[in-house]
Design a protein around this ligand. Structure first.
Ligand code: FES
Length: 93
């Protein structure tokens, strides 16, 4: 069991038993993360900043990297629809 926490306009957290995309954890937590393309790594509206727990996330894939480059995202930023968490994570949106 691990907790994924969201800090932003409407903070929340989700207890998760398995690896889960941050976007799905946000939905479970009732946190209103934008996701205009439906989680297909195309829009970038689900951009989050990882405050803690980056070591519990998967590596960036090709599609995510492309969008993050377009957004000029920092090294601590991820697309919530592409970042899968397997441990405690705190992210800001
Ligand atoms: S929901 Fe569009 S990039 Fe994540």
């Amino acid at each position: 069991m691990h907790t994924i926490r969201f800090d932003g306009k409407a903070p929340g957290s989700a207890e998760c038993e398995q690896e889960i995309p941050l976007l799905a954890a946000a939905s479970k937590a009732g946190v209103p993360l934008n996701h205009r393309c439906g989680g297909h790594a195309r829009c970038g509206t689900c951009l989050v900043t990882i405050v803690e727990g980056a070591e519990y996330l998967n590596e960036r894939g090709t599609a995510e990297t492309r969008v993050l480059e377009v957004l000029k995202a920092g090294p601590d930023q991820r697309l919530a629809c592409q970042a899968w968490a397997r441990g405690q994570v705190l992210c800001r949106y």
